[in-house]
Design a binder for this molecule. Structure first.
Ligand code: ADP
Ligand code: MG
Length: 398
């Protein structure tokens, strides 16, 4: 689960990651008031108004309706902050990470303007090969870190965290010295690096990035941006994560699928897949590719697939305009093939179907299931086995 910049900053701050004073706002009046308060706090009239979406590249991004305007704007004074908020809220921001359709901006962050001396990148992720958290630092901050990693990977410094002792002081110092820091800035950066590594572990992150981490003229070290992905597997340990969830940022079909307890991930291909079991779903996607097709989704209807879930799954697949054919691949273990077949027939009658549909059933009560499909009068193509089904659906979808 991804969270917004202001939520990530709130999560990191208690661990010693210094951030500029900021306030999330939802309305232009709130932006004006928040700016007023920030100015009263430290006398600096310069604030930054930042679009809160789950995508990076906001500074260089542009609003669809207002192509002059980017997602990170420096303004002076409360009135100007209010006007800026008016221009951004409810509009669609397109960045390198949102895709051409962009993302609606419903929240803003109003933040103290910081007098930046130097910008760096720091981040932490789980290195599965090393079985450790890896903390990274790079002197080329503010830019696309992916580009640096591709072109000049040696510029990204890395330290692996011992799970017992955490990121050691000497490791944090090595990274900070590697960034070219010294004096108070070095000491402050060490604190931030250790804070980031500790927060990553304690808060069950799967990715945490600060880009840019900045050093000011006075040697303060601040996180100006923060991007965190939380590890969904740890949800049970964090009941408060429900408050951090922003449904507006998610694929609508994936939310719909969650409501029916289906695991669904939208992909870019043309073959809609409906499968029971995650392993079989992965195998189905592979075999579709092997026959020259591209799956439009991963969809696991689960073990207890009843008629309602099958119908919901069909609706979700059909809502994707890229889908040109559907492959239902069900292994009846706990669930019986005749019940699934009836679910398919009922669902198709309910939602209608213009596309080719290939069905492969195997397992408990398979003969009864095949009979139901054959006598349903529906225009569907039965498959003998997985390979047969994949070959047929790829052909029919062409
Ligand atoms: P994104 O990575 O989505 O473009 P950032 O939060 O990194 O968004 O902001 C982009 C750039 O805007 C930063 O690299 C920094 O130069 C500038 N910036 C962001 N926040 C502030 C701030 N509070 N004060 C001054 N400059 C800022
Ligand atoms: Mg950034």
């Amino acid at each position: 689960m991804k969270i917004h910049e202001y939520q990530a900053k709130a999560l990191l701050k208690p661990y010693g990651v210094a951030v500029p004073k900021h306030r999330p706002v939802f309305k232009p009046e709130e932006a004006e008031r928040a700016t007023q308060q920030l100015i009263e706090d430290d006398g600096n009239p310069i604030v930054v108004v930042k679009a809160q979406i789950h995508a990076g590249g906001r500074g260089k991004g542009r609003f669809k309706e207002d192509p002059e305007l980017g997602g990170v704007q420096i303004v002076r004074g409360a009135a100007e902050a209010g006007r800026m908020a008016e221009r951004m809220l409810g509009r669609t921001l397109v960045t390198i990470q949102t895709g051409p359709e962009g993302q609606a901006v419903n929240r803003l962050l109003v933040e103290q303007g910081v007098d930046i001396d130097r910008e760096f990148y720091i981040g932490a992720l789980l290195d599965r090969a090393a079985e450790r958290i890896c903390v990274m630092a790079c002197a080329e901050g503010g830019v696309e870190i992916e580009e640096v990693a591709a072109r000049t990977p040696e510029k990204i410094l890395k330290e692996w965290v011992d799970p017992v002792v955490g990121l050691a002081g000497y490791q944090a110092r090595k990274l900070a010295i590697g960034l070219g820091l010294s004096g108070p800035a070095l000491k402050n950066a060490v604190k931030v690096l250790i804070g980031l590594a500790t927060a990553f572990d304690k808060e069950d992150c799967s990715l945490a990035e600060i880009n840019p981490l900045v050093v000011t003229k006075t040697g303060a070290v601040l996180a100006l941006d923060a991007k965190i992905t939380l590890d969904d597997n740890a949800l049970y340990r964090h009941p408060n994560w429900a408050d951090l969830h922003d449904a507006a940022e998610e694929e609508p079909a994936e939310l719909e699928a969650q409501a029916y307890n289906l695991s669904y991930v939208k992909l870019d291909g043309t073959i809609g897949c409906m499968v029971n079991g995650a392993g079989l779903a992965m195998g189905t996607m592979d075999i579709i590719k092997a026959f020259g097709g591209e799956p439009a989704n991963f969809l696991d209807v689960g073990g207890g697939a009843d008629k309602d879930r099958v119908a919901a799954a069909f609706k979700i697949i059909l809502a994707d305009p890229n889908v040109k054919g559907i492959f239902v691949n069900i292994f009846g273990g706990i669930v019986h093939c005749d019940l699934v077949a009836q679910g398919i027939v009922d669902a198709v009658k309910e939602v209608g179907l213009q596309l080719p549909l290939v069905v492969r059933l195997e397992g408990t009560n398979v003969e009864a299931g095949k009979k139901i499909l054959a006598s349903s009068g529906l225009n569907l193509t039965p498959a003998e086995d997985m390979a047969d089904g994949a070959r047929k659906v790829v052909e029919l979808a062409r």
